[in-house]
Write a protein that binds this ligand. Structure first.
Ligand code: SAM
Length: 243
């Protein structure tokens, strides 16, 4: 978030695609950006409108749009920054190339796209921590496993799996970076969210100890964009600059 706000200055035009309840939008509006809010869910758009109104920041909002990130018809090459954080690119599954192409298309040359997706190898690592032999035995009914070992770079969870709330795609860092490159960007930063911590860790005990929590955070920040760690967290974060 700090890095994101570092590139926002008064008047910066931002598209928050898959904005959800607007946590990034509100921070960017406070920093002086002019923000367009976009989401596939009208409920999320209503919530974000309410929160932005409560924060008295509606005057810098350029619009609320119900959209699918795979089709941004109506927008031109107009935004300094396009944010797509929190998984919308994972939820469009094998339409993610189309979505990335659209996010890049509406970004001005030299502008940035900042996105996060679910991490393939980071999530696979959780299986050992969280579970349970039964998931491994029955894994084929939850994941399309065929893409995992062959290096395709992304894998899909199965529609109808009772293990995952909605079907989504998981990405390797290389596939994410390659797809942004193919769409006309240079990769500025590729990082992992929570490279060291993971579900199943003793997080409550760590959080209860201020020194331990701050040491863990320092280590996470220091290591998150190291190539050795990029694929190890549950989410991947990319900052890409349009050529
Ligand atoms: C986990 S929330 C993240 C919200 C926000 N960006 C954040 O990081 O706090 C994912 C959001 O993506 C939206 N979304 C999912 N698929 C989408 C799509 N195809 N097009 C646009 N938005 C989508 C959902 O409605 C939801 O609001």
């Amino acid at each position: 978030m700090k890095q994101l706000l570092g590139v926002v200055s008064p008047g910066t035009r931002v598209l928050d695609a898959g904005c959800g309840p607007g946590r990034f939008a509100i921070a960017m509006l406070r920093a002086g950006a002019h923000v367009t809010l976009a989401d596939i869910s009208s409920t999320q758009l209503d919530i974000t409108r309410e929160k932005i109104s409560e924060a008295r920041l509606l005057d810098r909002v350029e619009g609320f749009h119900r959209i699918n990130i795979t089709n941004l018809t109506g927008f031109g090459e107009e935004f300094d920054i396009v944010v797509c954080y929190g998984g919308a690119l994972s939820y469009v599954r094998d339409r993610h190339r189309a979505a990335i192409t659209e996010l890049v298309r509406v970004t001005k040359p030299g502008g940035s796209v900042i996105a996060s997706v679910m991490s393939l190898y980071g999530m696979l690592k959780l299986i050992g921590i969280l579970d349970v032999a039964s998931f491994l035995v029955d894994m084929e009914s939850h994941w399309e496993l065929e893409n995992i070992p062959n290096g395709t770079g992304y894998a899909l969870t199965r529609s109808g799996s009772d293990e995952f709330h909605v079907p989504f795609a998981l990405f390797s860092a290389k596939h994410l970076a390659d797809t942004f490159e193919e769409a006309g960007c240079g990769v500025v930063t590729l990082a992992s969210a929570n490279p060291l911590s993971a579900g199943g860790m003793e997080m409550q005990r760590i959080s209860a100890n201020a020194g331990a929590a701050s040491r863990l955070l320092d280590l996470e920040l220091a290591l998150c964009d190291r190539p050795e760690y990029v694929d190890s967290g549950e989410h991947l974060i990319i900052v890409a600059q349009k050529r």
